[in-house]
Ligand binder design. Sequence first.
Ligand code: ATP
Ligand code: MG
Length: 222
Amino acid sequence: MSILRAENVSYRYEKTENYVLEHVNAEFEKGKLYILTGKSGAGKSTFLSLLSGLDRVNEGRILYKDRDLSKMNLDRYRASEIGVIFQSYNLLKNCSAVENILLSERISRGKKGDRKQVYELLKRLGISEETAERKVMHISGGEQQRVCIARALSHSPEIVMADEPTGNLDEANSCEIMRIFRRLAHEEGRCVIVISHTEKMWSYGDEIYTIGGKKVKAPKGS
Ligand SMILES: Nc1ncnc2c1ncn2[C@@H]1O[C@H](COP(=O)(O)OP(=O)(O)OP(=O)(O)O)[C@@H](O)[C@H]1O
Ligand SMILES: [Mg+2]
């Protein structure tokens, strides 16, 4: 059963004439890693912003556990049901990894996070306590991306979405990040949706949706 579903979704930005997405249908289940691909400008990030409740569809609907997103409190949806990883890391460079995650917990969810739990989470993603305490400006791009993943996971969401998470990384780091996403889907049973235009990364996905021609094409294998 799908946890997230786009039904006949169309979208155009305000004050523009052309639709970016037209009659898009897509279904996402828990335990699977989905790749969204397509040309630059095809509407991948736009689609992710609709799925993550940052923006509302013009036509059609997006259903989270069969509930229409347009009828839900989107702030709450974003803060508790999903975790989003943006391409630009959006980390405070002058703070440590741990502080970044604790701050995000406090701002997004009004919670005073537990430092020990954050260490644990970061450790699962291959970040040691020493690295976790270093200012973000002094850790590598691959490590920063892991910190972003940890931040997106800090409230244990069932759905994780990432926009080009490997865009700035070399191949070895990209593969490592994709393995992390696969683990989140296969071992932790989450629904993971990743935008990637890098063909080499597609093999990590269970299903691939190609966004283009204003429609989302059927996933591989169906
Ligand atoms: N705020 C906006 N207002 C108007 N048009 C926009 C806005 N944001 C994006 N667009 C347009 O919508 C289309 C889809 O953009 P989107 O960012 O979703 O593409 P994308 O597939 O993510 O591309 P890329 O691979 O380059 O990141 C593009 O033509 C873009 O110029
Ligand atoms: Mg994009």
